[in-house]
Design a binder for this molecule. Structure first.
Ligand code: SF4
Ligand code: F3S
Length: 106
């Protein structure tokens, strides 16, 4: 399954949702997640993300392992998103900043 990780926080470019053939992205205030139950591992979304936030579960770095559980959990709470929309207003400013995990809004 594919997982959205830290770089997405406060950016939310949403290019990823446009290409997903099964529409398995879910949207929170400043982050998106992928439902591991619905993702078919097509890999189309990963290259679309301008900040490389999406990767295969086995490639998630050690310091971001908690995002695997976060994607699973939040996908059940947040609404679906299947159409691109404008990124967050300060996306450019935030896209290189780490750490920003603590800024994830539920
Ligand atoms: Fe959707 Fe494919 Fe990305 Fe899974 S890998 S979230 S199915 S685009
Ligand atoms: Fe986030 Fe990248 Fe998609 S910033 S919304 S994972 S295109």
């Amino acid at each position: 399954t594919f997982v959205v990780t830290e770089p997405c926080i406060k950016c939310k470019y949403t290019d990823c949702v446009e290409v997903c053939p099964v529409d398995c992205f879910y949207e929170g205030p400043n982050f998106l997640v992928i439902s591991p139950e619905e993702c078919i591992d097509c890999a189309l979304c990963a290259p679309e993300c301008p900040v490389d936030a999406i990767m295969e579960e086995e490639d998630v770095p050690a310091d971001q392992q908690d995002f695997i559980q976060l994607n699973a959990e939040l996908a059940q709470q947040w609404p679906n998103i299947a159409t691109k929309k404008p990124s967050l207003p300060d996306a450019k400013q935030w896209d290189m900043i780490t750490p920003k995990k603590h800024l994830l809004e539920r």
